[in-house]
Design a protein. Structure first.
Length: 508
């Protein structure tokens, strides 16, 4: 049995192998056929794509060819148009060249004609000059000198007329603008105050008080004078004691102390020293408060305390009857308004106006003009340069270095020269009028002069046969210059030159 089984197994194996080979062959042939079909499809698709690409390439070639032909056609058209324009321009240039050549020929002929005419005119001019020399008996050089002199006089006459016209127009415009600014400033400030004078006279309740003030062997009056630094003048004037001293603050301390002593009734050296110390402290407080109030009124906060205290001392200082502290506040307001109108530094002008007379608080202690003292004090306290220059230059003792300086000067002049601001003695007033008339009558051709309007205007009558209209203008300018150089006066002085010519005839 075993061989049969083995044989059967072998046969089965052989059959299996044969079946396997047959199946593999069938599968292989199917795979090959599928691959061949796929390859055929790929080849067909590739051929179709190749045809499409060839067609697209041909279409693109035709499109580019058409575009190239169109562009070439446009270029040929542009070139043809350019060629036509160039030909037209060449023709125009040829025509212009012909015209220029013709004009050049005509100009040459004209120049030759002009040369002949010039030679003829030269000969005629020489003949005319010779004839004029024979007729006038003058050489050509003399005649030229006479002519130049006549032309010079005429030109000078015209120049004076033109200068007068320009000066009048400029003066009118400047006066109108300045008047507008100043009037605006004065209207806005409108300071309504009276001038406060330092009180140097103390009224006593009775003449008996004089003896108590003098004391035994004069010890009370000596103690009071030594404590205050002020001289007491006790004379025959009833119920009056006069305080004399250069320092207005000391006079005020003495006045307050004396008032307290009189009210208290106890007058002896020990009490005098105590009362004077209290009066000095009281006056110091008043001074500081006055300085702070002035700064507040002027709108200038933040000034150094020493400057504020020095400024407050001006409360007891007057100038020509005008209280200097009130004048300083008014000047500050005016300077600020004018600066605002002109576009300058308003704050610098207000500070400069407020401090411009601060040197007057120290001028009895420090040598020099009050403007220089005030400028040095402001510089010491690190005030801005514009403020320092405004203080130093408000009396023109130094040059103006900024526009704020003349604004301070103008504001000072407005505050000082406005009607009623300052008092003036009769002697000074009359002397100024006499000086004005003397200056006016010192010029040749002046017949009479009159100082009018409290010395603010001088009217001058001139002899018409000596002074003509143009000379009158120069005369007015010369008189103004001499007044400015020789006189000191508040505000401004108007000079009017009057020339009158009368022609009188009688019909018989």
């Amino acid at each position: 049995m075993e061989p049969i089984v083995v044989l059967a197994a072998l046969v089965a194996a052989v059959v299996g192998v044969a079946v396997g080979f047959v199946a593999r062959g069938v599968l292989a042939s199917q795979t090959i056929k599928a691959a061949q079909d796929k390859a055929a499809r790929i080849v067909a698709e590739a051929r179709a794509q190749q045809k499409d690409m060839i067609l697209e390439a041909k279409d693109e070639k035709l499109r580019q060819q058409r575009e190239g032909e169109e562009e070439a056609r446009l270029k040929r058209s542009e070139l043809q148009n350019l060629e036509r324009r160039l030909l037209s321009r060449d023709e125009q240039l040829d025509q212009r060249a012909d015209l220029l050549e013709e004009k050049s020929r005509k100009i040459g002929e004209r120049e030759r004609d002009l040369e002949h005419e010039r030679e003829s005119l030269t000969k005629l001019s020489q003949e005319r000059v010779a004839a004029l020399e024979r007729v006038s008996g003058m050489s050509a050089e003399d005649a030229k000198a006479v002519l130049l002199e006549a032309i010079r006089e005429e030109a000078e006459h015209d120049a004076v007329k033109l200068a007068r016209s320009i000066e009048r127009r400029a003066r009118d415009e400047a006066q109108e603008k300045a008047r507008e600014i100043i009037v605006t400033a004065m209207q806005r400030v409108a300071a309504d105050h009276t001038a406060e004078h330092t009180v140097t006279v103390v009224h006593l309740p009775s003449d008996e008080m004089k003896g108590r003030i003098i004391g035994r062997e004069g010890r009370n009056i000596r103690a009071l004078e030594q404590a205050t630094g002020v001289d007491l003048i006790i004379d025959d004037t009833p119920e009056t004691v006069v305080l004399s001293g250069f320092d207005p603050v000391r006079r005020e301390v003495a006045r307050v102390a004396l008032g307290k002593l009189i009210a208290d009734g106890r007058i002896h050296p020990g009490r005098i020293e105590e009362v004077v110390n209290k009066a000095r402290a009281e006056v110091d407080l008043i001074i500081r408060q006055a300085g702070e109030q002035a700064c507040y009124d002027a709108g200038v906060p933040g000034l150094p305390s020493d400057l504020v205290k020095t400024l407050g001392r001006l409360k007891y200082r007057t100038s020509y009857g005008q209280n200097v502290l009130l004048h300083s506040v008014e000047t500050s307001h005016l300077a600020g308004i004018i600066a605002a109108e002109l576009g300058a530094d308003v704050q610098a002008c207000k500070i400069g106006g407020l401090l411009h007379d601060i040197g007057k608080a120290l001028d009895h202690e420090i040598e020099g003009p009050h403007a220089a003292i005030g400028a040095s004090l402001a510089q010491k306290h690190s005030m801005p340069f514009k403020v320092v220059n405004g203080i130093a230059a408000h009396h023109q003792e130094v040059e103006f270095a900024c526009i704020e300086a003349p604004i301070v000067q103008v504001a000072d002049a407005i505050s000082a020269s406005r009607p009623g601001a300052r008092g003036e003695t009769m002697e000074t007033y009359v002397k100024r009028l006499e000086d004005l008339q003397g200056i006016a009558e010192s010029f040749a051709g002046v017949e009479r002069s009159f100082a009018v309007q409290a010395g603010r205007e001088v009217r001058i009558l001139v002899r018409p046969e000596e002074i003509d209209d143009l000379t009158a203008t120069r005369l007015a300018r010369d008189i103004v210059k001499k007044i400015e150089d020789n006189l000191t006066y508040p505000g401004q002085i108007k000079v009017t030159v009057i020339r009158e010519t009368r022609a009188v005839e009688y019909a018989k």
